[in-house]
Design a protein around this ligand. Structure first.
Ligand code: HEM
Length: 127
């Protein structure tokens, strides 16, 4: 088979491992702490649902929460270029931690870069 659905390639278990490693970093990042809830349990649960469908798996996020409208859902938070960079750094480090490598990682990460840049809705604090 030439094309594998990315969700099948990573698998449910590895995806949740990745996102747990990601939020562990978000919880410690000085630029991200102020906008995230203290308890990230529910945030992690929703992100697993979202990434499952983002990678071509079952539409778990939409089934429970409706249309993703990600940019609109991020409007209550100041998403600055620096915060987008911080978010992506947490993700890249999480990918290192769980051993995501090669073409799969490259393509997935580049897609997250585009989505993260699309979420930006405010200038940096000092600008
Ligand atoms: C929710 C920040 C990028 C997907 C959130 C929340 C914050 C946030 C503060 C609310 C957390 C909560 O109340 O539980 C950021 C920042 C980003 C970013 C600073 C940097 C660019 C992204 C990207 C994606 C994404 C790139 C998807 C690829 C989500 C999802 C939720 C969420 C699925 C849950 C939405 C819901 O409440 O239903 N994000 N985010 N975010 N974010 Fe982001």
């Amino acid at each position: 088979r030439k094309y594998t659905i990315p969700y099948e390639e990573i698998g449910a278990e590895k995806l949740s491992e990745l996102l747990r490693a990601f939020y562990k970093r978000v919880a410690k990042h000085p630029l991200l702490i102020p906008i995230f809830p203290e308890d990230l349990t529910e945030t992690l649960r929703k992100q697993i649902q979202f990434q499952t469908q983002y990678l071509g798996g079952p539409n778990l996020y939409t089934e429970e929460h409706g249309h993703p409208m990600m940019k609109a859902r991020h409007m209550p938070f100041k998403i600055t270029p620096d915060r987008a960079q911080a978010w992506l750094e947490c993700m890249s480090e999480a990918m290192d931690e769980v051993g995501l490598e090669g073409k799969f990682r490259e393509v997935y990460y580049q897609r997250l870069v585009m989505t993260a840049h699309h979420m930006i809705n405010s200038p940096n604090e000092d600008e």
